[in-house]
Design a protein around this ligand. Structure first.
Ligand code: IPM
Ligand code: MG
Length: 377
């Protein structure tokens, strides 16, 4: 045990969700148990249903019991939600995504933070040229509880469909402050991505951000239209430090940015509100891979590292990231990143959990995987 930090007791609501969600979430929990073991913390895990599995069991994607558990918890860990049986049925009245959107809104999780890193060991896995992406290290701040996702939507009498996009100054200001503060502690650059040449909401974003900028004089601010930003992101991603944007643009740009990292299976996210916080990989439920043991657990594990940061457990979060780095160095990776030797989701997760306990000379062999599995689970 590592007695450097004071032991803490935390309750974590776990929503494994659908598809590969339970598999990757299981590995993130394994790693959190390893952290508890090494640092002497006490984490309790409260498992709840959300998404298609909740619809199947209860008829609703976000049962009251799940919301209550999330409200009671110190943090929420989520796998992924979604099921193809709802995707191609525009007439479906209940959808798994309503659970996730309802949860974000109910917990007030307005700031979604998605770090994007080009790992040196994985440059060759990106379809982009290594010299373009090497050294990329950016943070996307995506607004998560407003905009077109939550505006009034419906059909008019003549059958026309509409989705309204609204933003208040307050909704913009609260996430803008967080993004400026993050930029202060990094390379001191903030890029607001919008479509201010067309959209009124985007013009309000600019006004509010311009109004706040003088409070952070050391942060250089620039503005990009979203179409240009989509291009710049893959042309020259190193130019970005903190990217601040609204809900829909952030959704699209973060999937695009994952190409820089080499796999969607590597990108974690934190969703923060005034009173709650939720951590989830940015990838979806990847139903085709369900139960095959090929899903990359690293995005979920790095989401657990963000959860530890949120608890103020910086050494613990560092230990998790170091163990992930070690897995990258040793190429203990799932098939999309390691065509040669195929490790399973569980082997990658166990190896990283083992690395959290003891990183000295941590190479993959059946023994440390078994030790990792038997002591941690
Ligand atoms: C994401 C996802 C969700 C979103 C879906 C599942 C509703 O794509 O978290 O990026 O659009 O926000
Ligand atoms: Mg998305």
């Amino acid at each position: 045990m590592d007695f450097l930090t004071t032991p803490v007791s935390k309750r974590i609501a776990v929503l494994p969700g659908d598809g590969i969600g339970p598999e990757v979430c299981g590995e993130a929990v394994r790693v959190l148990k390893a952290v508890a073991e090494r640092f002497g913390h006490h984490f309790t895990f409260d498992y709840q249903l959300m998404g298609a599995c909740a619809i199947d069991a209860t008829g609703t994607p976000l049962p009251d019991a799940t919301l209550d558990a999330c409200l009671r918890a110190d943090a929420v860990l989520l796998g992924a939600i979604g099921d193809p049986k709802y995707d191609n049925n525009p007439a479906a009245k209940v959808r798994p995504e309503q659970g996730l959107l309802g949860l974000r809104k109910s917990l007030g999780l307005y700031a979604n933070i998605r770090p994007v890193t080009a790992y040196e060991q994985l440059l060759e896995f990106s379809p982009l040229r290594p010299d373009r992406i090497a050294g990329t290290d950016l943070l996307i701040f995506r607004e998560l509880t407003g905009g077109v996702y939550f505006g009034e939507k419906g059909r008019t009498a003549d059958g026309t469909a509409y989705d309204n996009c609204t933003y208040s100054s307050e909704e913009i200001a609260r996430i803008a402050h967080r993004a400026f503060q993050a930029a202060q502690g990094r390379r001191q650059k903030l890029t607001l991505v919008d479509k201010a040449n067309v959209l009124e909401t985007s013009r309000l974003w600019r006004e509010v951000v311009q109004g706040i900028a003088p409070e952070y004089p050391e942060v250089a601010v620039d503005y990009l239209f979203v179409d240009n930003a989509a291009m710049q992101l893959i042309l020259n991603p190193r130019q970005f430090d903190v990217v601040l944007t609204e809900n829909m643009f952030g959704d699209i740009l973060s999937d695009e940015a994952s190409v820089i990292a080499g796999s969607l299976g590597l990108l974690p996210s934190a969703s923060i509100g005034e009173f709650s916080a939720l951590f989830e990989p940015i990838h979806g439920s990847y139903p085709q891979a369900k139960g095959k043991g090929i899903a990359n657990p690293i995005a979920a594990i790095l989401s657990a590292a963000l959860l530890l940061d949120h608890f103020g457990l910086a050494d613990e979060a560092r230990a998790v990231r170091a163990a992930v780095e070690n897995a990258l160095n040793e190429q203990v990776l799932t098939p999309e990143l390691n065509a040669g030797t195929r490790y399973t989701t569980e082997q990658v997760g166990s190896f990283i959990a083992y690395g959290v306990i003891d990183l000295r000379d941590c190479k993959f062999h059946q023994n440390n995987i078994r030790v990792g599995m038997s002591t941690i689970i």
